[in-house]
Write a protein that binds this ligand. Structure first.
Ligand code: FAD
Length: 390
């Protein structure tokens, strides 16, 4: 067990912090207010070679691993972006990059990965449906065989980044429920163009993560070409889980970054703010303890996340570690942002001091991409050997 970062990793983290600071708190506040995709920030991240860190070298990546990517995301998010910045990694290097590099054909990889890594091709991923969220095996979006390809019909909801994406990784049924033995069978993945005929989308009004639109997506007889299938027909479920497990590591890194950032903002403010006489509010234990508690939880989540990432890179099982890390990180980041706002009083509620954005954005991750309840179900069943409760 080695807890020291290599020289190369330290340099990567420094680079990430520098890029993150170039697009710091003010940039993200402005983008949030405009509800505008953080294009300049993502371009700079890609130009600095930080997007494809875990993707293969032959397609323009750095050929390193999830551990390196986790460190970079912590630094970028902690420099000002907060947890939403991590979503850029989910939609592109994970939903696009991991799906293609692990399951794509040679032609698909050559066509899409270099452009994705350069920041010229954006992805989104469409799994959730109005009646299939937590229970994603309930999806009904269907791709019917049509000549050498398919026709796609159905509806998705809450899909991140659709208006700014070129490609959508769609999860669809390709076999009817009465033709299959298990519900995990008969699901396939496709990478289709977002601007295709029959595909329409509509933004949903929401609490936060405003720089990335969340959309309802409608498929009305959308043509899917034969070379848009990702992986094996009808066997997409297991490939999808492989992709989503890496998403968990990215989520946690973003939460560690955002929690750390919120605490730093609160500490800086509280040390200056004097309320009764000459004592700063930072001197009160009522202000200190909740921030110290959140800090302690973030440190534990971080360590567990890096372990998950390391095991992922070594080809070892990492589901339990990734789940535990995500559970604690989401709670700790929600608590860190909430208690930071509390420590700042009224100014914590103003746009000027940034914590309100971090608070709004971090709240999402207590139920997405996987909820606390489902992680606890997983721990109870897989780690503790208890019966399935649902
Ligand atoms: C801003 C945002 C962005 C998103 N981005 C994407 C995206 O890019 N792509 C995509 O496909 N999806 C995306 N999602 C969807 C997200 O993954 C789902 O919202 C999430 O999986 C929860 O599903 P649901 O909203 O349908 O909740 P539901 O499934 O309706 O669950 C409601 C509540 O019940 C709890 N619950 C359900 N079953 C159990 C059980 N057995 N035991 C205990 N508790 C249970 C859940 O944990 C949850 O708290 C996004 C969502 C949001 C809000």
């Amino acid at each position: 067990m080695d807890f020291q970062l290599s020289e190369e990793q330290r340099m990567m983290v420094e680079t990430a912090s520098r890029v993150g600071e170039r697009f710091g708190l003010d940039y993200w506040r402005a983008q949030d207010a405009k509800k505008a995709f953080p294009k300049e920030a993502w371009t700079a991240i890609c130009e600095a070679g930080l997007s494809g860190v875990a993707l293969p070298e032959e397609y323009g990546g750095a050929g390193l691993g999830m551990l390196d990517m986790a460190l970079i995301i912590e630094a970028l998010c902690g420099a000002g972006g907060g947890s939403t910045l991590a979503q850029l990694y989910m939609i592109n290097p994970i939903f696009g990059g991991v799906a293609l590099s692990r399951f794509g054909t040679e032609r698909q990889k050559q066509e899409m990965l270099p452009a994705l890594i350069r920041g010229e091709l954006n992805f989104c991923m469409a799994l959730t449906e109005p009646n299939a969220g937590t229970n994603s095996l309930e999806i009904r979006t269907f791709a019917t065989a049509d000549g050498d390809g398919w026709r796609l019909n159905g509806q998705k909801i809450w899909i991140t980044g659709v208006p700014d994406a070129h490609k959508m990784l769609v999860v669809a049924r390709t076999k009817k429920l009465d033709e299959i033995g298990r519900r995990t069978e008969g699901i396939s993945l496709f990478a289709i163009d977002v601007d295709r005929d029959g595909l329409t989308h509509q933004a949903i009004e929401k609490v936060g993560t405003n720089t990335l639109a969340s959309s309802t997506v409608f498929f009305d007889d959308v043509r899917i070409e034969p070379d848009e299938l990702i992986g094996t027909l009808h066997q997409g479920w297991h490939a999808l889980l492989d992709v989503l497990n890496t998403e968990r590591i990215v989520t946690t890194s973003g939460l560690v970054g955002t929690g750390t950032l919120a605490i730093r903002l609160a500490v800086d403010y509280a040390k200056e703010r004097r309320v009764f006489g000459d004592r700063s509010v930072a001197s009160y234990q009522g202000i200190q303890f909740p921030l110290a508690q959140a800090h302690a939880e973030l440190m534990c989540a971080r360590l567990m996340n890096l372990k998950a990432a390391d095991q992922c890179d070594k080809g070892l099982p990492y589901g339990s570690e990734a789940n535990v890390a995500k559970l604690i990180a989401a709670q700790a980041a929600a608590s860190a942002t909430e208690r930071s706002m509390q420590a700042m009083g009224g100014m914590g509620y103003s746009k000027e001091y940034h914590v309100e954005r971090l608070w709004r954005d971090a709240r999402l991750f207590r139920f997405a991409p996987v909820s606390e309840e489902m992680i606890l179900n997983f721990i109870a069943m897989h780690d503790l050997g208890m019966p399935k409760s649902y």
